[in-house]
Design a protein around this ligand. Structure first.
Ligand SMILES: NC(=O)c1ccc[n+]([C@@H]2O[C@H](COP(=O)([O-])OP(=O)(O)OC[C@H]3O[C@@H](n4cnc5c(N)ncnc54)[C@H](OP(=O)(O)O)[C@@H]3O)[C@@H](O)[C@H]2O)c1
Length: 230
C-alpha cells in the first residue's frame, strides 16, 4: 500500500536515495531541502521519472520555518524521516573544542530531528501506522567510544536519549518512534572508504521502516533491522 513519506534532508546522500526508492515503488514523497538551488537540483536528480516529488524548504535549526512548511503539506503523512545531519568541526576531540561549532552541531543533529518531529507531528493524524524515524548513528552508542569523533558522537547520543523519551511520550497516541543507524555509507559524510553504498543502506532502512509497528517503538535499529546497543 502506498504511503506518504516526509524525508527531511533529501537533496543528497542517504536522504536522496530514500526519496528515489520511495518514488520508484509508488509512494508519495514530500522532500525537504535548504534552498531553491537544492530544490532545482533535486528535481533534476529525480527526473524524468520522479520529478513530481513535492518539496519543502527549511533548515532544521529553524523551527518557525518548519511549522510554516508543515501547514502546506496535506495530511496524512505516514512516515517522518528526520535524516538531515552534519559531521561538524574538523577537530572532533573532547579537548580543544570549537564550542560555537559544537553547539551548532547539537542544534542540527540532536535538536533538528526533534524539531522536525514536533513541527510535522499533527500531520500524522489520519495515518493507520504513523512512524517517526530519527536518523542517528552507532557512533552515538554509549558502548562505542571513539575520541576522534567525540563531538559528532555526542550529538547522536543526545538524539538517542531524545528518541527514547519521545517514543514514551507518543506511544499513547499510537505513534511509533525509533532511532535508526543507516550503516557506514559512502556519501559526502561517510566518505569513499565506507563499506555500504546508498542503495544498500536505503533499501535496508525502508525494509526496516515498512515493518515497524507500535511494538517496536523506543528501539534503536540499524539498516538490517537489527537492534543496536544504546
Ligand atoms: N554516511 C554515513 O556513514 C552515516 C553513518 C551514520 C549516520 N549517518 C547519518 O545519516 C544522515 C544522512 O547522512 P548522509 O551520509 O546522507 O550525509 P550527507 O550526504 O552529508 O547529507 C546530509 C543531508 O543533510 C542535510 N542537512 C545538513 N544540515 C542541515 C540543516 N541544518 N538543515 C537541513 N538540512 C540539513 C544536507 O543538506 P545540504 O545539502 O543543504 O547541506 C543533506 O541533504 C545524517 O543524519 C548522518 O548523521 C550517516
Amino acid at each position: 500500500m502506498a504511503e506518504h513519506w516526509l524525508i527531511a534532508g533529501a537533496n543528497r546522500g542517504i536522504g536522496l536515495e530514500l526519496a528515489r526508492q520511495l518514488k520508484a515503488r509508488g509512494d508519495r514523497v514530500t522532500a525537504s531541502v535548504r534552498n531553491e538551488e537544492a530544490r532545482a537540483a533535486l528535481a533534476a536528480l529525480l527526473a524524468p521519472q520522479h520529478a513530481e516529488v513535492e518539496t519543502l524548504i527549511f533548515d532544521t535549526r529553524d523551527f518557525a520555518a518548519m511549522q510554516k512548511a508543515a501547514e502546506a503539506v496535506s495530511a496524512p503523512i505516514d512516515v517522518i524521516v528526520a535524516n538531515a545531519g552534519a559531521f561538524g568541526p574538523a577537530l572532533q576531540s573532547a579537548l580543544g573544542v570549537d564550542f560555537d561549532a559544537a553547539l551548532d552541531l547539537f542544534s542540527v543533529n540532536a535538536l533538528g530531528p526533534i524539531r522536525v518531529a514536533d513541527a510535522f507531528l499533527a500531520r500524522l493524524k489520519g495515518s493507520s501506522n504513523p512512524r517517526i524515524a530519527l536518523i542517528s548513528s552507532e557512533l552515538g552508542s554509549m558502548s562505542n567510544v571513539n575520541p576522534s569523533t567525540a563531538i559528532y558522537s555526542s550529538t547522536k547520543s543526545a538524539l538517542n536519549k531524545l528518541a527514547q523519551c519521545l517514543a514514551v511520550e507518543l506511544k499513547p497516541r499510537g505513534v511509533t518512534v525509533v532511532a535508526l543507524h543507516p550503516g557506514w555509507v559512502k556519501t559526502d559524510m561517510g566518505g569513499p572508504n565506507a563499506p555500504l553504498n546508498v542503495t544498500e543502506s536505503a533499501t535496508g532502512l525502508l525494509a526496516t521502516l515498512d515493518g515497524l509497528t507500535i511494538e517496536d517503538s523506543g528501539g534503536f535499529l540499524n539498516h538490517r533491522g537489527e537492534t543496536v546497543a544504546w
